[in-house]
Design a protein around this ligand. Structure first.
Ligand SMILES: C[S@@+](CC[C@H](N)C(=O)[O-])C[C@H]1O[C@@H](n2cnc3c(N)ncnc32)[C@H](O)[C@@H]1O
Length: 212
């Protein structure tokens, strides 16, 4: 194993550890935030060479089940592939891609094609404390991203949807089991759930009740 391969392997373990801890104890996020930021800043220039060709399959399968959103947010957008997939699928949607890593956001901004640039924007933001008002988005997506349940529920509009996708299924470094997602979301007013499997991965769509 080369030094670089070792660094990537350790990074994957660290991402899983951060996911397991932070989904149970979100107050511990500040312990991990700095290193996660450094890790993804370093990966930003070569992120798209690292992911598999099937990377987007579960995300796309889950998106295909949804009604068109007017406003969508892709959290932990990385180089922006999720945000751009929403914009391509739903030609009326305004889409925000948000990420902690300013180098990831720099890559995402560089990749937006001219035909999407009026509807897609990218912002540096921490998903644990989002700079958006309550109920701002009809769709909130997370592809291979640590969920901060209170914040994502807060910014999802009543009747809106949240989508969680894990490109490598249970082997994804940032992975949260569907039963845990359902339990956490159920406590925050999400009432309907649908599971998807495509490529090597899985996804879950949760709909927020319109009376919550
Ligand atoms: C595994 S990458 C996934 C990128 C992209 N969604 C994809 O699947 O290609 C995780 C991304 O989440 C970002 N991230 C991690 N914690 C975050 C947080 N609290 N707020 C915003 N972004 C975060 C990282 O910077 C990184 O770009």
């Amino acid at each position: 194993m080369t030094w670089d391969e070792l660094r990537v392997a350790v990074g994957r373990r660290f991402a899983r550890l951060a996911t397991n801890v932070v989904t149970r104890f979100p107050g511990l996020w500040p312990v991990f935030r700095g290193l996660i930021g450094v890790q993804f800043d370093a990966l930003a220039p070569r992120w798209e060479q690292m992911v598999s060709p099937e990377h987007m399959a579960p995300y796309e399968a889950a998106l295909a089940s949804l009604d068109p959103p007017a406003r969508a947010l892709d959290l932990g957008t990385g180089t922006g592939a999720g945000a751009m997939a929403i914009a391509r699928r739903f030609p009326q949607a305004e889409v925000v891609g948000a990420d902690l890593s300013d180098r990831m956001i720099g890559e995402a901004r560089r990749k937006v094609p001219p035909e999407l640039s009026a509807r897609v924007r990218f912002e540096v933001a921490d998903a644990s404390r989002l700079p958006y008002p309550d109920g701002s988005f009809d769709l909130v997506t997370l592809m291979n991203m640590i969920p901060f349940f209170d914040e994502l529920a807060r910014v999802t509009a009543r009747g809106g949807a949240a989508l969680f996708s894990f490109s490598g299924g249970t082997g994804t470094p940032i992975y949260v089991p569907a039963e845990r997602l359902r339990a956490e979301l159920g406590r925050r007013g999400f009432t309907e759930f649908a599971d998807f499997a495509a490529g090597n991965g899985t996804a879950l769509v949760a709909r927020k009740g319109s009376g919550t």
